[in-house]
Design a protein around this ligand. Structure first.
Ligand SMILES: *Cc1c(COP(=O)(O)O)cnc(C)c1O
Length: 420
């Protein structure tokens, strides 16, 4: 058998490994199956430690980081928990944490770009994002020199900093207009033939990359935890940790009970909570108000992969999971407490997960001696800004979302820049 195969969970049919959809048309997230049934960590840098369970046939050696899992003392004591592990994704030199764009989006960007490299796919990666995903792809493409088109809303351009002085492999387009228009335009451009789109939750490289958070946690703890806490927008990280847990059960050495998923969103912009509670009325609030005034606007996602087979609903049902709605004040409060006690700055999205854990303790959804993994999806950004000289990406072009020529203008700019 090849290192891995990609199959449809509905019909079991083998698929082209790069495919995002079932060839028989089933509405399901394709899933990877690995030849190696046991997880043996490799002595290679960063995320590639989990090489055997990543859908790649090679590595990008430079610039990757991985999750660092450690047992919490101060914050755990404050909450009265005896077995709390922090899965830290970001920059924290004292803990050897070196995810240099400071969020776990790095974990999807590296395997995704490695797959294009090994297929000698010359198409241009196109990423529509309001922030962390764009930064992660900019980082990896600055290293590999693969061409990248980033389309971002004008008002999130400040999030696009990088460690690399030479960013000539990146074409950055900013879009004036509201957030929806910007994302919509980006998706239209990305669906053209010369581009390949990152694929979101449908991309197995993205999910298996994010699943390494659970792999790292379990190798550190020595067994599957009882609970997994994460802040979600699309919920892809939740799906990924469920899938990783299924593989870890198959491995046979880490227990046979799936960790319960505890997924948190930032109120009131929380479509997954409405879907899980079957509350369609909330959707109109989301449409009118969001993502304005969110504490963690990276968590906003209008169309999360909820009801697709193998999506968020299945992950929550399979694990007996829960959803948490966290308001801005609770998130801010959780952030302050965590930062004070653990001694590292965290991303606003991660603070939403911390607040969910505090809520679960308070409501006695979990027992004080339960083993818990808290995914800090982003952290150490302030620390990195102190330690490094960072460069802001300079836009190559600005377009208005209402310009009927916008799409063509972007394509023209890309062709000119990358001589395609
Ligand atoms: C993207 C992101 C999340 C949410 O990720 P999902 O795709 O919904 O799992 C959480 N935290 C940070 C910092 C992020 O960038």
């Amino acid at each position: 058998m090849h290192k891995y195969s990609v199959r449809c969970p509905t019909c079991g049919e083998m698929q082209d490994p790069m495919s995002l959809i079932c060839s028989k048309g089933h509405d399901a997230l394709l899933r990877t199956f690995y030849g190696a049934s046991q997880l043996i960590p490799r002595n290679i840098p960063g995320i590639w430690e989990f090489y055997d369970w990543l859908p790649v046939d090679g590595i990008i050696g430079e610039g990757t980081g991985k999750t660092v899992t450690y047992k919490s003392e101060a914050f755990a004591r404050e909450l009265g928990l005896s077995d709390l592990y922090i899965a830290f994704n970001g920059y924290w030199p004292e803990k050897n944490a070196s995810m240099m764009t400071c969020t776990f989006k790095d974990l999807e960007a590296f395997p995704t770009m490695q797959r294009l490299l090994e297929r000698q796919d010359r198409r241009i990666m196109a990423v529509a994002s309001a922030g962390n995903t764009a930064r992660a792809f900019a980082h990896v493409c600055s290293i590999t020199r693969q061409p990248l088109l980033l389309v971002v809303p004008q008002n999130s351009v400040h999030r696009l900093w990088t460690l690399h002085e030479d960013t000539s492999s990146i074409c950055l387009v900013t879009v004036e207009g509201d957030y929806y228009n910007a994302i919509e335009l980006a998706n239209k451009v990305a669906s053209r033939e010369m581009f390949v789109s990152e694929g979101g939750a449908k991309n197995v490289a993205r999910r298996d990359g994010m699943g390494t958070v659970m792999l790292d946690a379990v190798l550190t703890i020595g067994k599957l935890p009882m609970h997994y806490f994460q802040a979600v927008g699309s919920g892809t990280g939740g799906i990924s940790s469920w899938e990783a847990s299924l593989r870890l059960i198959q491995d046979g050495r880490f227990g046979n009970v799936l960790p319960q998923l505890h997924l948190a969103q930032n109120l009131p912009c929380a479509p997954l909570i409405s879907l899980w509670a079957n509350n369609v009325a909330d959707q109109s609030i989301v449409d009118r108000k969001c993502p304005k005034d969110m504490y963690a606007d990276v968590l906003f996602n209008r169309k999360p992969p909820y009801s697709v087979v193998g999506g968020v609903r299945d992950a929550l049902q399979a694990t007996g999971g829960r959803m948490y709605g966290i308001d801005n004040a609770a998130a801010a409060n959780a952030r302050q407490l965590f930062e004070e006690l653990e001694g590292i700055d965290i991303n606003p999205a991660a603070a939403v997960a911390v607040a969910a854990l505090m809520r679960a303790v308070e409501k006695k959804f979990i027992d004080r001696n339960d083993s818990i993994v808290l995914n800090i999806t982003g952290g150490g950004m302030e620390r990195l800004h102190r330690d490094y000289n960072l460069y802001n990406l300079v836009p190559d072009m600005r377009v208005s979302a209402h310009d009927p020529e916008a799409e063509l203008k972007i394509v023209g700019k890309v062709s000119e820049k990358f001589k395609r």
